[in-house]
Write a new protein. Structure first.
Length: 149
């Protein structure tokens, strides 16, 4: 390796300095920089052994960053895209579903503030919340004003 090239471990640490990454994400991003077979796996094994790569931290980070603005479906999609353990993803999503209605109501209030007066307005509100990944039942209850504070 030349002195002007950044090592795979250095590239991985640079990525990890910005935010938490799963091993699968790092493999996907760094695969093109691998010069010899197995080099990337060895570098990631070493970083994982030292605690720089931790899937639980990745999961907690995504949930913390996204839960206030996104529904359980969108958070689940993002966690799955990161290649995390399906059982851990299912547990995190189950915990999010408990607060889905309250989170949907908060997001709706920030965006719209008051109920729509006509059907097209309600449809707009529903599309917005559904696109954010909130469940249909929670969206229906928020937009119809049911169980309001």
């Amino acid at each position: 390796m030349a002195f002007d090239q950044i090592s795979l471990k250095g590239r991985a640490l640079r990525l990890l300095s910005g935010r938490e990454h799963s091993r699968a994400e790092l493999e996907r991003k760094l695969r093109t920089h691998e010069t010899e077979t197995g080099e990337l796996a060895r570098a990631l094994d070493e970083l994982e052994a030292k605690g720089f790569i931790n899937e639980q931290r990745v999961l907690e980070s995504v949930v913390h960053r996204r839960a206030a603005k996104m529904g359980a479906a969108r958070v689940k999609q993002e966690l799955q895209a990161k290649g995390l353990d399906p059982a851990a993803v299912a547990d995190a999503v189950a915990a999010l579903k408990d607060t889905e209605l309250e989170r949907a109501r908060d997001v709706w209030r920030k965006k719209f503030g008051e109920p729509a007066t006509d059907a097209s307005g309600r449809a707009k509100h529903m599309r917005f919340l559904l696109a954010r990944g909130f469940g249909a039942e929670a969206v229906r209850r928020v937009v119809s004003g049911g169980d309001d504070d």
